[in-house]
Structures are given as C-alpha cells and as structure tokens.
Design a protein around this ligand. Structure first.
Ligand code: PMP
Length: 283
C-alpha cells in the first residue's frame, strides 16, 4: 500500500507531499505537533493528545486550522488510507507560509499536516532487560511544556545517547536535577518505595503517557510525589524508568554506565507497564 499524507486540505502521495519553502515551521520552527499511538486500530488517549495540541496552539497563538471533530475525521482517514492497525499518527500545525519576518504574519493560514505509519511495538527485550540512559545538560528553552517542533537540543541529545550506546539521554537542569529525556519523561522509585517524577512545570513536556501512568499509580494506591530528583538520587534509586507514546514504559537499568540498584528491571516498573498496556489497548 503506497503511503498517503494529508497536507493543508488534500490527501497526496507521500512522495509528493510538500509545504511551501516559506512555511514558518521550516524557517522558524513556528509550529506544534503531536504523536498519537494507534493500537489495534484505535487511537490511544486521543482526547488528552488533542487537548494538549489545543493548549500548545493557544500558547503560541496559532489559530486551529479546523475544529476538533474535523481533525478527528482527518486522523481516521489518514490511518485508513495508510492501512495502519498498529503504528502512529503524526500531526503538525505551523503558523503557515508568509514572507520571512519574525513577527506574526497578518494573513498566513495555519498549515496542518497529518501522516500515519505502521510501527512495531518496542522490542520486548527492552522491557525485559531494561535500557541505559546517559545524562546531559538541558540546553533547551524555558517553555518545554509547549510541544513545539523546534527540537534541535533533543536531536543532539538523542544522537549523543546513540553514540554512547544508550537508549535515551536524561537532560539535567542547572541545579543538577533531571528534567526529562529527549523524547520521554523520567521517573524513579526511591528506596522507600515512593514513585517520583518531575511536576509538569515549564521545564518538561507533560507526557500523555506520564499522565496515564500517574492515573494508574493513583488508582492502585502506590506512594508517589511529583518533584524534581537529582542524578545522584536516580543512581541510588530502587528503580528507574521512562515513559512515552512510542516507548510505553521502559525500565532504566544503567545511568551513565552505572547500574541502578542491582542493574535489573524492578518489580514496580513491570507492574506499571502491564497496567499501562491494558489501558492503551482498551478501546
Ligand atoms: N518529553 C518530551 C520532550 C517528548 O518529546 C515526549 C514525546 N512526545 C515526551 C516527553 C513523552 O510524551 P508522550 O507521553 O505524550 O509521548
């Protein structure tokens, strides 16, 4: 099946899908995006993803190119045309194309692009054996709560992780506290058994998976607190893990080459992953 993309009102063959060279997303990273998982043909946590998209647009004062009901139809049609049962839908909205000038253009029309593709679930060995992370300074801007397309620090960080043989890079603020991964949220379980993840302030993206896992933690009655933790704390934690739409929940067993606890995935990570997968597969 050949791939089809939705670009500013039309479904076009993927190879011919294009936006204008003066699109502000291309020139200024002036746009936002979402990635929604498709599992067994249904969209996982569609509502919170669309709510976050609306929030990101609002923070950047970009007018939504269409209403939510229409957007849902476009997402489903893109999924259908690409035959995606398990995979991801990518949505991007930029402020539109206009002669290059930093201030908002008066007349630009926001440009919506939607793509969908099949993906494999994370390799089961990652959840079984755990993954490693490195730590890097967080060099991003001060509005990481907005899911903006400007991802250069994240790109450089992920590449550093890959070159170090790690799965992810945890970014660390000036006070030595972990903010989040380059495309994932960061968690630990303390020696006292308390689950810790940074509060959703402006320093992190409030992950939809993060919210789903927090809801599970609350309903199961586990001890938890939303606060920042240091790299040293993470190294001496009982467990560590990360979450995201595409990674689900993966145990972190090494930080900068040092083992977390006994270097094996912990029991709570396993339980939370199982509960999250149940949540994600519910229609
Ligand atoms: N933080 C960052 C910087 C991300 O890019 C992502 C992935 N979108 C996440 C966290 C995880 O968010 P979600 O659970 O919504 O995929």
């Amino acid at each position: 099946m050949s791939r089809i993309a939705y670009v500013a009102g039309r479904y076009v063959p993927h190879l011919q899908a294009a936006v204008h060279i003066e699109d502000r997303g291309y020139q200024f990273s002036d746009g936002v995006y979402e990635v929604v998982a498709v599992k067994g043909g249904h969209l996982v946590d569609e509502e919170p993803h669309l709510a976050r998209l609306a929030r990101s647009l609002g923070e950047l004062r970009i007018t939504p190119p269409m209403g939510e009901a229409a957007l849902k139809i476009v997402m489903r049609e893109t999924i259908r045309r690409n035959g995606v049962d398990n995979g991801i839908v990518y949505l991007q909205i930029t402020r539109g194309a206009a002669p290059r000038d930093h201030g908002f253009p008066k007349a630009a029309k926001p440009v919506l692009v939607v793509t969908a593709r099949r993906t494999r679930p994370p390799n089961p060995s990652l959840a079984r054996d755990g993954i490693s992370v490195i730590t890097i300074p967080d060099i991003r801007w001060q509005r990481c709560d907005i899911k903006a397309v400007g991802l250069l620090p994240n790109v450089l960080g992920k590449q550093r992780a890959r070159e170090a043989g790690a799965y992810e890079a945890w970014q660390v603020d000036r006070e030595g506290r972990v903010t989040e991964g380059t495309s994932t949220n960061a968690w630990i379980v303390t020696a006292a058994g308390e689950v810790v993840t940074r509060a959703a302030d402006h320093a992190i993206l409030n992950g939809i998976t993060r919210c789903a896992v927090l809801a599970i933690i609350r309903s199961e009655g586990y001890e938890f607190v939303e606060r920042a933790f240091t790299v040293a704390e993470a190294r001496s934690a009982r467990e560590a893990f990360l979450t995201s739409t595409t990674s689900n929940l993966l145990p972190v067993v090494r930080i900068d080459g040092e083992p977390v606890a006994d270097g094996k995935p912990g029991p709570l990570s396993g339980k939370l992953l199982a509960a999250y997968l149940t949540h994600a597969s519910a229609a």
